[in-house]
Design a protein around this ligand. Structure first.
Ligand code: NIG
Ligand code: FE
Length: 403
């Protein structure tokens, strides 16, 4: 551990939600010491050992939480789908639109046509919007390229966003998002292409931190996903799955079978699926923005998740089709309102559990040795974070990269 006399920054007079224990892990009148981008001490100010910090700052009673983590987004994309939004409001279903060549494919056409620079310019303000709400880590998926060249383009843009900002950007290869027209009626050959050509290239270029797939009747079946996951595992990449969003395709159990970091959506998952996730340690990522936008009525099996101790994460799912919501605070608010998550579950869902869903053991709670990614709030209690939306409460985000 870094000795105290090497401390770079000491924050005092703070109220802290460490998210590491019961009841938000609250420390009243706390202090946090930071050195070399890590927390070197945290606790009640009365117990603070004698120190020699380079800089000491009083937070005047403001709250500190872990910086927020949006663990599921598709925020690199071309165009938008406001036309389909209108069609759906007139009665078309998401599957109807997809089968008629719209849906994900419509964004694929726009994304293929866009240059990397144009995609970057469109995505940067989305990253900034999440950061302005307290996010320090964001996951970004590919999946609107569906060709070797365009998937690589999307992942490179996501990597570039990580290099250009102090945020951590985690990238996920979602080439198995839907079957591209070039492989119409031959989804197996497309999975072969991903396994044999795209994945090795992605791994060689260090372009992805995980592999995701969409297991659904309008996308890929369980055998195709299993083949992809086996190859990803061989190449050393962890997996995640868009599972049981529109129907129960045993996605939760499939994800668990491959030790997935997470299974996401889960509205139609069976209790056997949730049991399998509990046994494997997969995180359940809930996406209330997609639930709202698609007008879903079937709730994810949250009681089973709680009972079996499956960690619950909450994410924006920012994408132009099912969740045109570039706001992690809105996702937290919707998880509370629609899914009846408690405000504490909502905050754990965008800190502790979200870190776990990305396989990041160094963040998500405020504890000695963890990364110094903190959000500072002008609130009277952290339960307000799932309660207010669009209210200016964030006073600053401190990220290890900038300390
Ligand atoms: O997370 N479910 C599939 N993928 C996205 C939607 C993508 C789209 O419609 O563009 C989701 O909801
Ligand atoms: Fe998604």
């Amino acid at each position: 551990m870094v000795p105290f006399n090497a401390m770079d920054l000491l924050l005092t007079d703070a109220r802290i939600a460490t998210m590491a224990g019961e009841d938000y892990g609250v420390i009243d009148d706390g202090a946090v010491a930071i050195a070399e981008g890590k927390i070197t001490w945290i606790g009640p100010r009365s117990e603070l050992p004698a120190t020699a910090a380079r800089t000491t700052r009083s937070l005047a009673g403001r709250w500190i939480t872990p910086a927020l983590i949006d663990c599921h987004t598709h925020l690199v994309f071309g165009g938008d789908r406001a036309d389909e939004f209108e069609q759906r409001l007139r009665g078309a279903s998401y599957e109807d639109v997809a089968r008629a060549g719209g849906g994900i494919m419509s964004t694929v056409r726009a994304t293929r046509a866009a240059s990397a620079d144009a995609l970057y310019a469109a995505a940067l303000p989305r990253v900034q919007a999440l950061a302005a709400e307290g996010a320090g880590t964001i996951e970004i998926k590919s999946g609107y390229g569906l060709s070797i060249e365009s998937e690589l383009k999307m992942l490179s843009v996501a990597r570039q966003l990580g290099e250009a900002t102090p945020l951590t950007i985690r990238t996920t290869l979602l080439a198995a998002h839907t079957v591209p027209p070039e492989f119409k009626d031959n989804a197996d050959a497309y999975i072969d292409l991903i396994c044999d050509e795209l994945l090795p290239e992605v791994v060689a270029g260090g372009l992805a931190d995980a592999v995701d797939a969409y297991c659904e009747s309008i996308a890929f079946n369980a055998d195709q996903v299993a083949r992809l996951f086996a190859r990803a595992t061989d190449l050393g990449l962890p997996v995640k799955l868009h599972a049981d969003q529109l129907s129960d395709g045993n996605g939760a159990a499939l994800a668990a079978r491959f030790d997935a970091l997470s299974a996401d959506h889960l509205e139609y998952s069976s209790s056997a699926g949730i049991e399998a996730m509990a046994a494997s340690g997969a995180v359940a990522v809930l996406l209330p923005g997609a639930y709202l936008t698609l007008g879903e009525t079937r709730l994810p099996p949250i009681a089973a998740m709680r009972e079996l101790g499956v960690p619950i994460a909450v994410a924006s799912d920012c994408n132009p089709g099912t969740s045109p919501i570039c706001s992690i605070r809105t996702a937290m608010m919707l998880a509370a309102r629609q899914f009846r998550l408690t405000p504490e579950e909502c905050l754990a869902g965008t800190t502790r559990a979200a870190a776990q869903a990305l396989g990041l053991a160094d963040r998500g709670t405020l504890e000695i040795g963890k990364r110094a990614d903190l959000a500072v709030w002008n609130i009277s209690h952290p339960r307000e974070l799932a309660y207010w939306v669009g209210t200016p409460q964030l006073t600053e985000v401190m990220l290890a990269e900038t300390l």
